[in-house]
Design a protein around this ligand. Structure first.
Ligand code: UD1
Ligand code: PEP
Length: 429
């Protein structure tokens, strides 16, 4: 298995182009199943999760074509793809394919809405909690689906098509909102999605669905109204920038020091995280096409955060922020409210010399003077990248194992950091 070697202690200086968002590209690709016409997606990141979903869609019979890069992007980043689901041959998504990635479960919604049936394996994904799909099933049942669990598969059917309904989520769910949106778009009549997720990726999906002919109002608020239509058509849509990748590199610069412009991104996608970062002493300024992050000298001030659905502090940046806080001058308290088991990075950061105490959903970080390189290994995507950030600031060499987690979500990580002066290399097994 590949490893990443990092020799830490060098400030980051330069420009990092931010890729299209994995968590927007995945539901957008899945939306291609809603129509027999071509959906062209621009700025799709080259990631293992995108490749995995391409295989799943291919298994359903979706035709996939890569047509080029976004102007200005390098050979290793961003691509334009065309997906055409004119010949769907199979409405089953098998365990071997779905178990590697959670978002793949969402194919159930367009398959059910367009073909009246779907059989999809219960999902896998990052090991950060139990991650049930009860709310996704509830949403489809409200729209009139008959659902049973059989042999590890969710089997969904409709007798006479889906019907508009009121769907009230008892707690915010991003995947639940994506599924409800896609299913309601082709349902007969009006649906109201209450306590909907307000994440930018939900807005991106809604905007693409609208281009495809869907009638949706209120995406980005907690109440979305969908007027079902009989059919959807093709569209061309650019994937929004990856706010988690943006925040990750912003935290890396805040930790190592230096001056980096993050381009092809938007500050408004992560205001809460950037405000927190500024409170730790980093200088964060908006650029016309991104964000500039600087820290030249001066210590890192501690800050407390609690993860929350958007617009709160994202759980997908919690591990990276914890890495930053390990070198803060004082104590910080980080509360994880979204996933019950998302502190797997704590024991690995400890190998680098971090002092972190866990108490239920709270991590108390006592900042230390310095971190020191060590062999580490992470069990999920964002935990892995928190180790990259820690390693960039640590003295000496860190070896990061299980790099496949990073490849799920960070496009051209070594190239992007390497160009800013990081001593980072991939050692191929
Ligand atoms: C591919 C993708 O976009 N993944 C993101 C998505 O995951 P995902 O869509 O899986 O996350 P959800 O927003 O659905 O999960 C939020 C919480 O609701 C719970 N829940 C969810 C569904 C359900 O049926 N029952 C239930 O109890 C989950 O266990 C979790 O505790 O949003 C998460 C929260 O911002 C992010 O961390 C993930 O990176
Ligand atoms: C948790 C994540 O992904 P997934 O929902 O696919 O596990 C993530 O992107 O941080």
């Amino acid at each position: 298995m590949d490893r990443i070697h990092i020799t830490g202690g060098t400030p980051l200086n330069g420009t990092i182009p931010i890729s299209g968002a994995k968590n927007a590209a995945l539901p957008l690709m899945i939306a291609s199943l809603l129509t027999g016409e071509t959906l062209e997606l621009i700025n799709v990141p080259r990631l293992a999760d995108i490749a995995a979903l391409t295989r799943i869609l291919g298994n359903h019979g979706v035709d996939h074509m890569v047509v080029g890069k976004r102007p200005g992007q390098t050979a290793e980043t961003g691509q334009t793809i065309r997906l055409t689901a004119s010949n769907v041959i199979d409405t089953t998504a098998p365990y071997e394919l779905v178990s590697t990635m959670r978002a793949s479960f969402w194919v159930i919604a367009p398959l059910l809405a367009r073909f009246g049936e779907a059989k999809v394996s219960l999902p896998g994904g990052c090991a950060i909690g139990t991650r049930p799909v009860n709310l996704l099933i509830m949403a489809m049942e409200k729209l009139g689906a008959e659902i049973e669990i059989d042999g590890g598969y969710v089997v969904a059917k409709t007798r006479n098509g889906l019907r508009g309904a009121e769907i009230t989520f008892p707690s915010v769910t991003v995947g639940g909102t994506h599924v409800a949106l896609m299913a309601a778009a082709l349902a007969y009549g009006t649906s109201v999605i209450d306590n909907a997720a307000r994440e930018p990726e939900v807005v991106d999906l809604a905007e693409c669905l609208i281009k495809m002919g869907a009638r949706i109002e209120g995406a980005g608020t907690s109440r979305i109204v969908v007027e079902g239509v009989a059919r959807l058509g093709g569209a061309r849509h650019e994937v929004l920038p990856d706010r988690i990748e943006t925040g990750t590199y912003a935290m890396a610069v805040a930790m190592t020091g230096g001056d980096v412009s993050l381009v092809n991104t938007r500050a408004d996608l992560l205001s809460s995280a950037l405000d927190t970062l500024a409170s730790t002493g980093a200088e964060v300024t908006a650029l016309p096409d991104g964000i500039r992050v600087r820290r030249n000298g001066g210590g890192i001030s501690p800050a407390d955060v609690t993860t929350d659905p958007f617009p709160g502090f994202p759980t997908d940046l919690q591990a990276q922020f914890m890495a930053l806080m390990t070198l803060a001058k004082g104590q910080s308290r980080i509360r994880e409210t979204i996933f019950e088991n998302r502190f797997m990075h704590v024991q690995e950061l400890a190998r680098l010399g971090a002092r972190i105490r866990l108490d239920g959903d709270l991590a108390v970080v006592e900042g230390v003077e310095r971190l020191k390189g060590a062999p580490v290994m992470a069990t999920d995507l964002r935990a892995s990248v928190s180790l990259v950030i820690g390693a960039l600031a640590a003295e000496g060499e860190t070896q990061i194992n299980r790099v496949y987690h990073l490849d799920r979500g960070f496009e051209a990580l070594e190239a992007k950091l390497g160009r800013c002066g990081a001593q980072i290399e991939r050692v191929r097994a």
